[in-house]
Ligand binder design. Sequence first.
Ligand code: SF4
Length: 283
Amino acid sequence: MRIKVVTDKRSGVCGGVSRAIKMIEREICNRNSRDIYVNGELLHNRLEMERLMDSGLKLEEDVEKIRSGVLFIRTHGVSKDVKRLAIENMNQVIDATCPKVSSSQKIIEDHYSSGYQIVIVGKEKHPEVKGLLGYCNFEGICILKNKDIDLIDMKKKTLLIAQTTVASERFEYFASLLKPKISDLKIANTICPFVEKRELELVQFAQEHDIVIFIGGKNSSNTKLMYDRFSAYNKRSYLVENKNEIDFTWFRENDLAGISGSASTPTWQIEEVKKVIEDHFNQ
Ligand code: SF4
């Protein structure tokens, strides 16, 4: 059986993650025997994390346990308290928080100090949201389901802000729901444009191919969101974490197969999956 396999030229990790990986790789090259830590998975991609850890990066979520070496704050950011603690304990703290997340932190901090109630459309337990809550003294309200609206005091002046990877319809839905109810409502749509752009590109990619193999971490909300969206446009879309999860019975004679990935899938993994499929069918 012969098939044609093409990779999605627009795929690859987002700017925030790529920036953090470059910062860490540079530090690993110059480390002079110092330990280099990151306070949690830099990206939801096991293989890429393993690659970085094989080259010397150490993972330690509990910042209090790190007392020497260099600590990278991951792209999702951390609360002000955690950052302060890290700076007190460590010689060197390098902030690799994505600039888009830093901007959300600043918007929250400014509005909270001006007396605004903070409402975040996002998952309370997501690392980015946990960090954001630390910029409003953990008094922010997280909403994702309709019933969460009951937690909001409609009499208070309010900032409505988004987790960078939340679905845009969800955010717009809450914005239109709250507009008539809260007289002083500030709306900050902080959804990452990269994620939105990739969603549109993936829908197009899904429509252009007979079968789509999408590579991404199954614990990544970003991966799940993107996959859920574009797979509606191609019923033969499959989500895998790595080349070992490819099932060759998915493919049919003369298929045009497209390989793509989420915002946390490096291009080397996409090329690797392409090679495995080509080697199997087109020897
Ligand atoms: S998805 Fe967007 S907000 Fe999140 S790390 Fe990447 S660039 Fe930053």
